[in-house]
Design a protein around this ligand. Structure first.
Ligand SMILES: C[n+]1cn([C@@H]2O[C@H](COP(=O)(O)OP(=O)(O)OP(=O)(O)O)[C@@H](O)[C@H]2O)c2nc(N)[nH]c(=O)c21
Length: 201
């Protein structure tokens, strides 16, 4: 069936993400949704700024999943930590997490979380970005080691879980969308899903 010929009504919602944290955040809205894995190369382009990288990848993730589910409303998101213009992603290993936190110690780090909402059948492409400015305390090697051993945030951009023990690494958070730092800005997500035709609440 041509997806454009679907009868009007609520379209299926898909979160195009493997992140368990994004999934848990979206579940807060109480909407039924499915999960699909985006197949996107997350390597930055030469000279690409952190914010531009997050915006590009969020859209690429949503479009990749939307190409396989043209009738659905698809959410894609990407987060990149910005340390003085340098992009920090997920460390994946203890050693890389130590290196990230050493560099972030005493610094201002801006977490850019981009979101894209795409529906091919409705010719809909919406994009937004939440920037969360954080200040990390000066951290010594023993603190970094204790924190990482306790929380193991190796799948988190910037090597910290702000809703957990990671909050103890921070001096300040400046934020207009409180869940953005965890991985999905829900105020913006609600706004975009309403624009896509979903009823929330
Ligand atoms: C700062 N921070 C970042 N993350 C996670 O770090 C990851 C950023 O990485 P990503 O934006 O590339 O997404 P990921 O590859 O995990 O999933 P994708 O959608 O399939 O591409 C996301 O999973 C965020 O949820 C965080 N997760 C938690 N729980 N708490 C945090 O404070 C936090």
């Amino acid at each position: 069936m041509n997806p454009a010929a679907l009868p009007p009504g609520p379209r299926p919602l898909i979160l195009g993400s493997t992140s368990p944290y994004r999934r848990a955040l979206l579940e807060r809205l109480g909407l039924p949704f499915d999960i699909a894995r985006p197949e996107v190369d997350e390597t930055p382009l030469p000279g690409e700024a952190p914010q531009a990288l997050a915006i590009r990848l969020a859209l690429a993730k949503a479009q990749d999943v939307a190409a396989r589910h043209p009738e659905a409303i698809v959410i894609g998101s990407d987060q990149v930590a910005d340390l003085n213009g340098q992009s920090l992603g997920k460390p994946h290993t203890h050693e890389r997490a130590v290196a990230q936190l050493r560099r972030m110690s005493g610094q201002t780090v801006v977490f850019h979380t981009a979101i894209a909402v795409v529906c091919q059948a409705s010719h809909l492409v919406l994009q937004d970005l939440a920037a969360v400015r954080t200040r990390f305390r000066p951290l010594d090697a023993a603190e970094i080691e204790r924190y990482l051993r306790a929380e193991q945030p190796y799948d988190c951009a910037g090597s910290a879980k702000s809703e957990g023990l990671g909050i103890s690494l921070l001096d300040a958070i400046d934020n207009d969308d409180p869940t953005a730092l965890i991985g999905l800005p829900l105020i913006r997500t609600c706004r975009m899903l309403r624009a896509a035709g979903l009823a929330i609440p």
